[in-house]
Design a binder for this molecule. Structure first.
Ligand SMILES: Cc1cn([C@H]2C[C@H](O)[C@@H](COP(=O)(O)OP(=O)(O)O[C@H]3O[C@H](C)C(=O)[C@H](O)[C@H]3O)O2)c(=O)[nH]c1=O
Length: 182
């Protein structure tokens, strides 16, 4: 498993070592020791999530406020998304900045998104199945949404057509109006 710090260095892109043979392939999709060496964090993942999205679906930009803030380790097992993390820690030098990566069943890349970031992805294939671990339980009362196309953030979603969003996500607020992390 290789780990690469993104331009916002707290966000880490993992590339697993895939063992292929005539039967198919095997790879370690999570290894706590490798994760800790790469991030300096020994996370306690408490929940696994799995979602499937049609082409053009954009889920995000979501986060949970403290004390329910979630770190997320995100991967795509089928299809392809462009996955985005936005730094919403007011004290960060990267506040309001975003990083993103193509995650796919093909490249098997994974993105570690620490607490203090809003997360979202847009689906670039006919369907995409997203699996991710979180370091805190779902707490809907603490959940917030920043609008996907906030011009102050300026995410390039690497997706040409208008995305498909849930009613909730269409109601997302601008970063300037959002409850963020101090
Ligand atoms: C997130 C979550 C949702 N739910 C229920 C609540 C709704 O009845 C249904 C769909 O929820 P929602 O529309 O919020 O799902 P997504 O739009 O995929 O939300 C996720 O999208 C982005 C990409 C994220 O990073 C978050 O993990 C999460 O907010 O699942 C649960 O029961 N547990 C959960 O942990």
């Amino acid at each position: 498993m290789q780990a690469q710090k993104m331009d916002i260095p707290d966000v880490v892109l993992f590339t697993p070592r895939v063992f292929g043979d005539e039967r198919g392939f095997f790879f370690e999709s999570y290894n706590q020791q490798v994760f800790q060496e790469a991030t300096g964090i020994k996370p306690e993942f408490v929940q696994d999530n799995h979602s499937r999205s049609q082409k053009g679906v954009l889920r995000g930009l979501h986060y949970q406020l403290p004390p329910h803030a979630q770190g997320k380790l995100v991967r795509i097992v089928a299809g392809e998304v462009f996955d985005v993390a936005v730094d919403i820690r007011r004290g960060s030098p990267f506040f309001g900045k975003w990083v993103g990566a193509v995650l796919s069943g093909e490249n098997k890349h994974q993105l570690w998104i620490p607490p203090g970031f809003a997360h979202g992805f847009v689906t670039r294939s006919a369907t995409a199945e997203c699996l991710y671990k979180t370091t805190a339980f779902y707490a809907p009362e603490s959940e917030r949404c920043i609008i996907w196309n906030d011009p102050d953030i300026g995410v390039d979603w690497h997706y040409e057509d208008p995305p498909l969003l849930s009613g909730k996500d269409l109601q997302g607020c601008a970063l300037a109006d959002a409850e963020v992390f101090e």
